[in-house]
Design a protein around this ligand. Structure first.
Ligand code: PLP
Length: 398
C-alpha cells in the first residue's frame, strides 16, 4: 500500500481536499517529496518556519536539550533552564512593562487562556473580536469567529461575544465598561492581509483604556519578525495589555505564550490558583529550539531584510494582467487576482511547478505569500518567475 493510502486510511482528515504532498525532508526554503521533487515553500507552514527548515542552530539546540531532559513535570512546577532563559531573552527585547511570559502549546490555547485571564482580571464577561478574524479552533477561540456558517455546527459556543469591524472607528462604541477584553490581530491575516489604517488600533487601545477593558493583540501569525519588526505592536507603536504569541515562536516545534505584566499574569495563579494549566506548555525541547531561533533571527539580521524582500516580490509580481493588488505587511502578503475563478488554477499550477502557495480562510480572491524570512533575492526572483507562469496559465484558460 502506498504511503499516501496508508495516510488516507488511517489519519484523521481536516477536509476532503488535502494537498497530499508526501514529505521526505526539508532544508532551508525547500521541501522535498518522496519522489525527489523540490518545492519552494512560500507558506512557511502558515508563518511557522520563519528561519526555513532544519536550521543547523535549531537542530543543534534540540539535540543538546534532548540529551539533557525532555518532559519532567506539568508546566509551572519545575525550574527548567530552557524555559527560564528563553523568557528572559524574549522579554529583554520588548518594553519593560512586559515582564512575564506564560508558556502554552498552541495558538488556540493561548487565546483561550487570554480570554480567561481577561474575565478573571476584570470581573466582566463580554469579549469583543473583529469580524473576519481567525483566532483558533477550540470552542472559545471558535466563538470569536464572526462567520456563522463555519461555527453554527458547534453551538452552543461562548455567550457575550460581539464584533467590531476592522478599521471602522464607529464600531468601537461597542466597547464599554461591560467589556472584559478586545482581542484583535494587528494585521488581519486570514481575512487576506488587511493592515490597520493609521489610527484604528490606537483608537481601539484608547477606548480600552477609557473603559477599563483589556487590549489583547493576537500576534500569533505576525510575531517573530514576519511583518518587519519583532512584533507588529512595536512597529505600530502600541502598548497592548496582553500579547498572544505562537507559530514561529518555537522555531518549528510547538510552543505558544501570553506576554503581559506580572501583575496581570498573577491573576491566573491565585484566587483560585491554577487558573489555566497545561501539561506540555513550555516544553523544554520547544523552548530550547525557540531560544536558538531567536538568536538566529537576531544574529543573521533577518528582520532588517524583510521589507526589501517584500518589495522585491511586489515589484516582480504586480504588473501582470490578472493581478489586481498585492497587500502586505512585511513578508505577510496577499496577492489578489482580478477574477476569483483564476485563483484555484494559479495555486494548483504553482504547486505543480514547484512553488508552494496557499489560500486564506476568509478571502476567496487572494493567495498567501509568507515565505521563510531567510529567502534569498535570487529565490524570490525564481519563485516570482514561476508564479508568473502560473498566472499566464490561469489567464489562458478563460
Ligand atoms: C492569528 C491566529 N491566531 C490563532 C491561531 C491558532 O493557532 P493554532 O493553530 O496554533 O491553535 C492562528 C492559526 O492560524 C492564527 O493565525
Amino acid at each position: 500500500m502506498s504511503l499516501r493510502n496508508i495516510y488516507l486510511e488511517n489519519v484523521g482528515q481536516t477536509s476532503e481536499m488535502s494537498m497530499l504532498l508526501e514529505v521526505s525532508h526539508a532544508k532551508g526554503v525547500y521541501i522535498y517529496d518522496t519522489s525527489g521533487k523540490q518545492y519552494m515553500d512560500l507558506n512557511s507552514g502558515i508563518s511557522v518556519s520563519n528561519l526555513g527548515h532544519s536550521h543547523p542552530a535549531i537542530i543543534e539546540a534540540i539535540q543538546k536539550q534532548s540529551e539533557a531532559h525532555l518532559h519532567t513535570m506539568v508546566y509551572g512546577e519545575h525550574v527548567q533552564s530552557s524555559q527560564a532563559l528563553f523568557a528572559k531573552n524574549l522579554l529583554s527585547k520588548i518594553d519593560d512593562r512586559y515582564n512575564s511570559l506564560y508558556y502554552l502549546l498552541t495558538g488556540s490555547e493561548v487565546v483561550e487562556a487570554a480570554m480567561k485571564l481577561a474575565k478573571k482580571q476584570t470581573n466582566r464577561t463580554q469579549i469583543i473580536a473583529a469580524k473576519h478574524a481567525y483566532h483558533g479552533s477550540t470552542q472559545g477561540a471558535e466563538s470569536l469567529r464572526s462567520d456563522e456558517s463555519y461555527k453554527r455546527a458547534f453551538y452552543p459556543l461562548l455567550p457575550d461575544i460581539d464584533y467590531i469591524v476592522f478599521n471602522d472607528l464607529e464600531s468601537l462604541q461597542l466597547i464599554t465598561e461591560k467589556t472584559a477584553c478586545v482581542i484583535i490581530e494587528p494585521v488581519q491575516a486570514e481575512a487576506g492581509i488587511i493592515s490597520p489604517t493609521h489610527h484604528f488600533l490606537n483608537a481601539v487601545q484608547n477606548k480600552c483604556k477609557e473603559t477599563g477593558t483589556l487590549f489583547i493583540l493576537d500576534e500569533i501569525q505576525t510575531g517573530f519578525g514576519r511583518t518587519g519588526s519583532l512584533f507588529a505592536f512595536q512597529k505600530f507603536g502600541l502598548a497592548p495589555d496582553i500579547i498572544c504569541i505562537g507559530k514561529a515562536m518555537g522555531g518549528g516545534l510547538p510552543l505558544s505564550g501570553l506576554i503581559s505584566s506580572k501583575e496581570i499574569m498573577m491573576s491566573l495563579a491565585k484566587n483560585p490558583a491554577l487558573g489555566h494549566i497545561s501539561t506540555f506548555g513550555g516544553h523544554p525541547l520547544s523552548c530550547a529550539s525557540a531560544n536558538a531561533a531567536l538568536k538566529v533571527l537576531e544574529n543573521e539580521n533577518l528582520i532588517e531584510t524583510v521589507e526589501k524582500k517584500a518589495l522585491l516580490f511586489v515589484n516582480e509580481l504586480s504588473n501582470h494582467t490578472i493581478i489586481k493588488e498585492i497587500r502586505f505587511e512585511g513578508l505577510l502578503m496577499a496577492v489578489e487576482v482580478t477574477k476569483r475563478k483564476y485563483l484555484k488554477h494559479v495555486v494548483s499550477k504553482a504547486i505543480e511547478l514547484g512553488v508552494l502557495i496557499d489560500f486564506f480562510l476568509f478571502n476567496r480572491s487572494s493567495f498567501r505569500l509568507a515565505p521563510p524570512l531567510i529567502i534569498s533575492e535570487k529565490d524570490i526572483k525564481k519563485a516570482s518567475s514561476i508564479l508568473r507562469e502560473a498566472f499566464n496559465y490561469a489567464e489562458s484558460l478563460y
